[in-house]
Design a protein around this ligand. Structure first.
Ligand SMILES: [Zn+2]
Length: 277
């Protein structure tokens, strides 16, 4: 079960009680499940899977059904249709190599562009929690990966260093990944530590980023399942996610000599926003 985040109350208020859009603050917000019916960008191959994520789970629990119906009636949504439609959701995914013959696919919820860039910056650098509902709306655009469930997959959030955590006072990626975990109903796994103390990847070339990141991660234990879903807030070149994926599959590759072996890990990556260089 996902832990109750200290920011959850603000999100509940925004989603269930406020009737105004969290972005323009002018028009009425609309439940996300209804917005989805309007938006159908042509390049999204898995949009059919996506809607399933928002439907009630098909079980016989009356309690779950009642709870879903109440929540559906109360749900005012987070954005209005205009704001939702003004943002480009689910940019085309991109790939980076993680081993010979194996690439990592990175899917972002949106572009690191106005208004998401400003919202992410305020949230990350100034701990501005009023931006969290917009970021949550973005996270919910990410369809649950096909075939991934709570019992065969884990989400691995991009770990931060102790130094960075102390400096910043909070870990934005862990808050966002907790929301992704709730959205997908897939648990988080915290078995990777970040051990480098590189301050920031910003302003470095791709080669510099990669060499910096080569020994940035250390596994505390082996992942409990084979399907690993990596998550970061902003991915520009994909270098951090690439390095994390390499750290996760490296032991497996030497064991099997074939990363596509049926016992090997299957890794894919997700980001809140895809930044441009
Ligand atoms: Zn709006």
């Amino acid at each position: 079960m996902p832990r109750l985040a200290p920011y959850q109350t603000g999100i509940w208020l925004a989603e269930y009680l406020y009737v105004r859009c969290q972005l323009c603050r002018t028009y009425r917000s609309i439940p996300q499940s209804e917005l989805r019916k309007h938006a159908s960008p042509s390049h999204i191959e898995h949009s059919t899977n996506a809607s399933a994520t928002f439907e009630p789970s098909l079980n016989n629990s009356t309690f779950a059904n009642i709870r879903h119906r109440i929540s559906h009636r109360l749900n005012k949504g987070l954005l209005c249709a205009d704001c939702h439609n003004s943002i480009i959701w689910l940019p085309k995914s991109f790939e980076v190599d993680i081993a010979a013959g194996t690439s990592l696919t990175i899917q972002a919820a949106t572009y690191y562009d106005y208004p998401m860039r400003q919202a992410i910056r305020s949230f990350k650098h100034h701990e501005d929690m009023t931006k969290l509902p917009l970021l949550l709306h973005a996270i919910r655009q990410l369809p649950r990966p096909h075939g991934c469930y709570h019992n065969n997959s884990v989400i691995i959030a991009m770990p931060t260093t102790d130094q960075r955590l102390i400096k910043r006072g909070f870990d934005p990626v862990s808050i966002l990944s907790a929301q992704l975990s709730k959205h997908w109903h897939i648990p988080l796994w915290h078995g990777v530590r970040r051990i480098d103390d590189t301050i920031s990847q910003q302003g470095l070339t791709r080669a510099e980023r990669l060499s910096n990141l080569d020994s940035a991660f250390a596994l505390i234990s082996k992942p409990p399942v084979k399907r690993l879903l990596l998550f970061d807030d902003v991915s520009t070149t994909g270098a951090s996610l690439q390095a994390l994926a390499r750290a996760l599959i490296s032991t497996e590759i030497t064991e099997t000599m074939n990363p596509k072996h049926q016992n090997g890990y299957r890794v894919s990556a997700y980001a809140l926003a895809h930044g441009s260089q």
